[in-house]
Design a protein around this ligand. Structure first.
Ligand SMILES: CC(C)(COP(=O)(O)OP(=O)(O)OC[C@H]1O[C@@H](n2cnc3c(N)ncnc32)[C@H](O)[C@@H]1OP(=O)(O)O)[C@@H](O)C(=O)NCCC(=O)NCCS
Length: 151
């Protein structure tokens, strides 16, 4: 298992993972623009799943996308393949982005659906504090919880 920067060749697996989890519906163009943006940090966790020397393939286990914008840094998206959740992958991805904060500022914001209990427990475990609630923020009327992390 290893972390590395996301590349364009990861996009089929990133899109598949997003579909599997059904928590967001970004299209390929949106992911591409994140990969290309100088202020974005896009990271994946992958597992080397081939023992063959000539044909090494990698299974994507998770990904995260941050905007490193000094005091306005933001976690835009984080996901772990359903079968791999609760094994520490999300924590590794989150830590990789939070470690980059020191170069750019020391706080990070994120928005999460009010009812996303799993993700909220995950963020709170990692020191994010509830900052405010955005009423009816999502198109289906669900509130957004805005969290802030301070180093
Ligand atoms: C949030 C998410 C990225 C966490 O990834 P992960 O790889 O499972 O995270 P880790 O294994 O590092 O951390 C597990 C922690 O997450 C939380 N968590 C995970 N599953 C949970 C569940 N079913 N109920 C409550 N909390 C849960 C807990 O805090 C848990 O810590 P614990 O093991 O000490 O109880 C993952 O659940 C996910 O991909 N969810 C779907 C996509 C999503 O909602 N993304 C966030 C919105 S942008």
């Amino acid at each position: 298992m290893q972390l590395r920067k996301m590349t364009e060749s990861d996009l089929p697996q990133v899109l598949e993972l997003q579909r599997e989890l059904a928590f967001q519906d970004w299209n390929e163009k949106q992911f591409l623009s994140e990969i290309r943006a100088s202020y974005a940090y896009c990271v994946v966790c992958e597992e080397d799943c081939s023992s063959s020397n000539s044909d090494t393939s990698h299974t994507l286990l998770g990904y995260a996308i941050f905007h490193l914008l000094g005091p306005d840094s933001e976690l835009l998206s984080i996901a772990t393949r359903a079968s791999e959740q609760c094994k520490g992958i999300g924590s590794q991805l989150l830590k990789a982005g939070l470690d980059k904060l020191t170069e750019n500022g020391d706080q990070c914001f994120l928005e999460v659906r009010d009812g996303n209990v799993k993700a909220r427990a995950f963020y709170e475990k990692h020191g994010f504090k509830l900052y405010s609630i955005r009423k009816k923020y999502y198109s289906d009327g669900e509130d957004a919880a805005l969290y802030k992390f301070c180093r």
